[in-house]
Design a protein around this ligand. Structure first.
Ligand SMILES: O=P(O)(O)OC[C@H]1O[C@H](OP(=O)(O)OP(=O)(O)O)[C@H](O)[C@@H]1O
Ligand SMILES: O=c1cc[nH]c(=O)[nH]1
Length: 196
């Protein structure tokens, strides 16, 4: 259900996000036929709490999944291809589980997939850490408009958008909203304002 002002609509509620994450956790277990060698790496900023939320669901589905040894984060700041044209940003921590990424099935987790350039940077950052057996991509929202040959394996919501729109994910851990107020919002005038 979409609600909000004429320019801004809520396209996922907290309950929608919750259901999508639960489905993705089940998809991961099914794709893997279990959780062996599975590692989740969240891409800051919002990929980190999303990876945490997925890890909690995975450990409930299969207690062999231990978030303490299978959950981490992967900062991509220094691997971006637009470092010179974006506002400077302080890198966030990269936390790799003690076992490392070699031979693991690494699931990169992010909130929005758009051009694909963040994921391209994440693949470069990951290759500096080791050689996973496989890499998968889980995102809460795929809004289209890829500029690189990258696709997600697990998607919470496919959201057709125009380039002039902006998709914003609001999570309690990053945005300070209550858990019940977590949401995905589309702003139809965002890019027009940024361009003016
Ligand atoms: O596919 P792309 O075109 O790379 O866009 C997707 C990325 O854009 C946002 O990150 P942003 O760089 O805005 O920083 P944030 O994680 O702090 O929101 C979002 O969190 C994704 O990581
Ligand atoms: O709409 C967009 C595009 C890139 N990244 C986002 O978080 N939202």
């Amino acid at each position: 259900m979409a609600t909000g002002s004429p320019q801004t609509s809520t396209v996922m509620s907290a309950a929608d996000i919750d259901r999508a994450l639960t489905r993705i956790a089940h998809e991961l277990v099914e794709a893997q036929r279990g959780v062996d060698e599975l590692i989740l790496l969240g891409i800051p900023s919002r990929g980190v709490p999303l990876a945490q939320a997925l890890s909690e669901r995975l450990s409930r589905i299969d207690p062999a999944f231990d978030p303490d040894s299978c959950l981490g984060s992967l900062d991509i700041t220094m691997y971006r291809d637009d470092l010179g044209s974006r506002a400077a940003r302080v890198p966030e921590p990269t936390r790799v589980p003690a076992r490392g990424v070699d031979d693991a099935v690494v699931v990169l987790v992010d909130d929005v997939l758009y051009s694909g350039r963040t994921v391209r940077a994440a693949l470069d950052a990951l290759s500096d850490l080791g050689r996973p057996r496989a890499v998968r991509l889980a995102v809460l929202v795929d809004r289209g408009h890829r500029e690189l040959p990258i696709r997600a394996d697990h998607v919470g919501k496919n959201l057709p958008t125009s380039r002039s729109e902006r998709v914003t994910v609001r999570l309690s851990a990053v945005d300070g909203v209550a858990e019940a107020e977590q949401s995905v919002v589309i702003d139809r005038a965002a890019a027009a304002e940024e361009d003016s």
